[in-house]
Design a protein around this ligand. Structure first.
Ligand SMILES: NC(=O)c1ccc[n+]([C@@H]2O[C@H](COP(=O)([O-])OP(=O)(O)OC[C@H]3O[C@@H](n4cnc5c(N)ncnc54)[C@H](OP(=O)(O)O)[C@@H]3O)[C@@H](O)[C@H]2O)c1
Length: 163
């Protein structure tokens, strides 16, 4: 099963100046709980946004044309290599962004974990709107921010309307 997971604000923004323009503790916990123990695939810019560190307890793939040699990081040089890694995985795989990777792998996705961050933030990277005929909303859960100044959010799970 190929899963996507990301957070976007009310305008579809996912990033600004190489980072996420909000802090949302609840979303970070949600991300960790869902992805823990599974392989994750990310683009190089997302890897940079995480301080070029591997996410612990997950097999970290990074899509890049660069010659990347780093402990616990497994580079993928093309979408074909990413597809092979997905096909050969014995477990679910999570694509964790950014938008360039989402766009290339979306045709292969089975399930989407989308967080809506309830706010409007500075933006230079946006998710394209979901095709509502292709994707079916199977779960929705609104969560209030537990920390002052942080946004509320909505966790949505989408599955393919038809296989
Ligand atoms: N809100 C969220 O949930 C979320 C999640 C993830 C990221 N983000 C944000 O999104 C932004 C980064 O996203 P982005 O779309 O700009 O970049 P990205 O997808 O993270 O990375 C793009 C890079 O990935 C590599 N790449 C992509 N396709 C490739 C292919 N087919 N073959 C080989 N390498 C490939 C290239 O790296 P090389 O140039 O090294 O070849 C490319 O420059 C940041 O602001 C980040 O904070 C937000």
């Amino acid at each position: 099963m190929l899963n996507f997971i990301w957070a976007e604000d009310l305008n579809g923004t996912i990033g600004y100046q190489g980072t996420m323009p909000w802090h949302c503790h609840e979303d970070m916990v949600h991300f960790r709980q869902l992805t823990n123990g599974f392989p994750v695939i990310m683009g190089y810019k997302t890897f940079v946004s995480m301080g070029k560190r591997a996410l612990p307890h997950r097999y970290n793939y990074v899509l890049t044309h660069r010659h990347l040699q780093q402990t616990n990081i497994h580079p993928l040089a093309s979408i074909d290599e990413a597809q092979k890694a997905i096909q050969q995985s014995a477990t679910d795989v999570f694509v964790i962004g950014g938008v360039s990777v989402f766009e290339q792998l979306l045709p292969l996705a089975d399930r989407l974990y989308q967080t809506i961050i309830e706010g409007h933030y500075p933006s230079d990277t946006k998710m394209p709107p979901l095709n509502q005929q292709r994707w079916h909303l199977v779960e929705q859960n609104r969560v209030r921010a537990g920390r002052p100044g942080e946004p509320n959010c909505i966790f949505k799970t989408w599955e393919l309307a038809t296989k």
